[in-house]
Design a protein around this ligand. Structure first.
Ligand code: SAM
Ligand code: FES
Length: 451
């Protein structure tokens, strides 16, 4: 049985640099073009497009196979895609010039490839060579560091639509030789293109990293660049059991980048949180550590009857005010500067939110927060915690386990916590009907109700 009229498999097997592979011959550009063309022609419900691993025909890539007939295409280029979609996927006639149907030759090549691959792996194993997976993990910081430095220096804005290393160096007050080295590395990573001695942004980088672009993420991403410096203290933090102070952080720029980063994450999650928690019976909300205010803004926009109060630090509240004003919800969202660890919360709230808060604090601080939140809720009010939640044995999901270390290097006593821990704290604070609500993406909600 075939649920779709056609099922396409495009090989996207990554191989080490210099080794023939479908991605090295342009498989990802073909995949993108196929996806766009299939949607543009309204064939999305007839055609299933799937990536697959190596078929052993790497020298002839990019390879793709179309089922149910089992038509193999080789050396497919983006320029072939319109014809494949209109002739084959719409009209049902295979594109003859791209077909490879010399079964004996294909089989011989695939078998030889498999034998060579197994022989190479066996030789590497005998020689005690470090597996590629481990080697790549160890060097994984290099591409990350290149892009973070490019963001810090604002290289992408300086490169714009075309500039040479001297011009970019002069604009950034940086050494032209070193700038050229960084620019070439960025080209190797597919983040810039180079023609003659001029570098320019790829469409993707022009969209996401250049100042003035509508979808510019640079400000939010600079927080990750800031945190990178803290991660370089991880070894000492593990030895000492706590964060190591470094000569960074706490400046107005740092706080601005931090809140921009919070906004970058929260604005996409907020509608899902509103949908999951609902607005029925919700009139007064306390948003503890509201940051950019994204969650309060989303609730305010969901119902004109809702009133939110954001409590955040004195340094952050003026930044929050800007986001609230931009969103035109200042009649519904009020701000309070203070310290959630010791301030009185007030009373009568229908919902208290702790979005991305508990990971900053210790177990005791969270237990205290939950108890004080419980006392500030109206009858049947809810406490909603949103965070990266660990499995009971704390070894995953990977995002939450790595984020725990982010808290080790960045806070005095923060960590990622597990669902049993959150549930225990909720129950200790007399919350009832405690449940977990998964959200799209890496975070979940844990919700408890006051009786
Ligand atoms: C990780 S951010 C989360 C922001 C927001 N809830 C969100 O999810 O986008 C933590 C927020 O808590 C605030 N914060 C940290 N410690 C606080 C404290 N003791 N009292 C009040 N706010 C605090 C920070 O300023 C920041 O805005
Ligand atoms: S990498 Fe695509 S067939 Fe081998």
């Amino acid at each position: 049985m075939e649920p779709f009229r056609f099922h396409l498999f495009v090989c996207t097997q990554q191989k080490p640099e210099g080794v023939p592979s479908c991605p090295a011959s342009g498989a990802f550009a073909v995949l993108d073009a196929l996806d766009r063309e299939i949607q543009a022609r309204g064939l999305g419900s007839d055609v299933q497009l799937t990536t697959c691993g190596c078929m052993g025909l790497c020298d002839e890539g990019p390879m793709m196979v179309v089922y149910p007939a089992g038509i193999w295409y080789r050396r497919v280029q983006p320029s072939d895609v319109a014809e494949i979609v209109s002739t084959h996927l719409r009209d049902g006639k295979a594109v003859e010039r791209l077909i490879w149907n010399d079964a004996p030759a294909m089989k011989a090549m695939a078998v030889e490839h498999g034998e060579k691959f197994r022989a190479t792996m066996a030789a590497r194993d005998r020689a005690g060579t470090l597996p590629d997976r481990l080697d790549q993990m160890i060097r994984g910081y290099m591409p990350s560091r290149c892009i973070l430095t490019a963001l810090e220096l604002d290289i992408f804005t300086a490169a714009g639509n075309g500039a040479n290393a001297e011009q970019i160096g002069a604009a950034l007050h940086a050494d032209p030789r070193a700038v050229a080295m960084l620019l070439n590395a960025l080209v190797s990573l597919g983040l810039l293109s180079k023609s003659g001695d001029a570098y320019k942004n790829t469409p993707e980088c022009a969209r996401f990293f250049v100042q003035g672009s509508k979808d510019n993420h640079r400000n939010g991403l600079l927080h990750i660049a800031n945190i990178w410096h803290r991660w370089s203290t991880l070894t000492d933090a593990v030895r000492r059991g706590g964060r190591v102070s470094i000569d960074r952080g706490g400046t107005p720029e740092w706080t601005q980048d931090f809140i921009a980063a919070m906004q970058r994450n929260a604005k996409d999650r907020a509608p899902h949180v509103v949908k999951s928690l609902g607005t029925s019976g919700v009139r007064r909300i306390l948003d503890l550590g509201g940051g950019s205010g994204a969650y309060s803004i989303a609730f305010a926009k969901a119902s004109p009857e809702i009133r939110c109060e954001i409590l955040d630090t004195p340094e952050v509240v003026p930044l929050t005010a800007e986001y609230i004003n931009q969103a035109c919800v200042s009649t519904q969202v009020t701000l309070r500067a203070g310290d959630m660890l010791c301030d009185d919360f007030g009373s009568g709230y229908d919902l208290i939110m702790l979005n991305a808060i508990c990971h900053m604090f210790s177990e005791q601080q969270n237990q205290d927060l939950f108890s004080r939140a419980r006392r500030a809720l109206a009858p049947h009010g809810r406490l909603a915690v949103q965070d990266f939640i660990l499995n009971p044995d704390k070894t995953g999901p990977q995002h939450a386990a790595l984020f725990s270390l982010n808290m080790l290097v960045a806070t005095d006593s923060g960590a990622s916590y597990s669902e049993p821990e959150y549930t225990r704290w909720m129950k200790a604070a007399s919350f009832i009907e405690v449940c977990r609500i998964p959200l799209p993406g890496p975070s979940s909600l844990i919700v408890g109700q006051s009786s």
